[in-house]
Design a protein around this ligand. Sequence first.
Ligand SMILES: [Zn+2]
Length: 296
Amino acid sequence: MMRKKTLRALIAVAFLIVALITGYGWKENTQPKQVSGTLTVHYLDVGQGDAALIQCDGKSMLIDAGDNSKGTEVRSYLMKQNVETLDLVIGTHGDADHIGGLDVILYNFDCKTVIMPDRKRDTKTYRDVIDTMEHKNYSLTSPKVGDTYSLGEATVEIVAPCGDDYGSNENDYSVGVMITYGESKFLFTGDAEENAEQDMLQTGIDLDCDVYKVSHHGSSNASTSDFLDAILPEYAVISCGEGNDYGHPHAEVLNELRSRGVKVFRTDEQGTVVAVSDGKNITFNMEPSTSWLSGR
Ligand SMILES: [Zn+2]
């Protein structure tokens, strides 16, 4: 009898050790963290391009900085929000409509961690960014899926790129992040297209979010129905320029969002969109767009 009990105890201890090592069965740790302030996400109107400023507990982070001509505008916007230091800067990928203005930002603000994908580009825009990094003695951090960074009480988790075999499709190498503040979740995926989205889904990372920065300015080669079904946003923000040459946002994506009851905000129609979360509720500085007009 004693032997059976001892055996059972040993098995229980073994399970406990396995659970401790693998984290299995300890999901209760993933309960939303209690927060005491607010998180503000500014989706800047930079015409055709992306730029977002995220602020929490006196900390600031920037995702992209618009095209080359927008650097000084983004800089002024940051100064108006009293930004002096950027704790985290992400250049989602090397295209000019994302990192064009980044050299101005890197030069003018004290930047702590700078993340860009491991893709060297043969463009003046890219070289300007790298030259500024060297001039300021900053080092580039590679995105690693699952890595987390804190921004005050908010957490920034790297969710993409999940693959490295996208050939010359630079969009698919975009750095993606999930920003979590209490129960509120904001997803950014740069210009990631269908293949990158599929890989994100396959990693098993939780992509369920409240606000989705619509990938690739609302292009139909991104935001596939599989992806939207997995991320299930309540709100979506489209960052694109009025009358842009690409016809963004595309009707297919608008229809996918509309059929899911997603409330859509657009920088081309509405200017800079600002969302504030208290950890439970998210409020915007405007009503959602009701035009559902595609860019083509
Ligand atoms: Zn873009």
